[in-house]
Write a new protein. Structure first.
Length: 69
């Protein structure tokens, strides 16, 4: 296997992992979007990983929306 084959295989792997991450993030954002800020804050403190990223993203979107008003 040549260098370019390894690079191609690595890029494919990274792309698949990104798609998995993106899909999972979207799933959690959909699930948590109806939660109020206080519930999200409590959940944020008790979780980790991609769930924490989804919660932070929802809260950031809400803050930006409030600032626009």
């Amino acid at each position: 296997m040549g260098l370019w084959d390894l690079i191609k295989k690595g890029a494919k792997f990274v792309g698949e992992k990104y798609n998995d991450f993106s899909g999972e993030l979207h799933k959690y954002k959909e699930e948590y979007s109806s939660y109020d800020d206080e519930r999200l804050s409590r959940l944020y403190n008790s979780t980790n990983g991609i769930r924490k990223i989804a919660i932070a993203s929802i809260l950031a979107d809400r803050i930006r929306e409030r600032e626009r008003r």
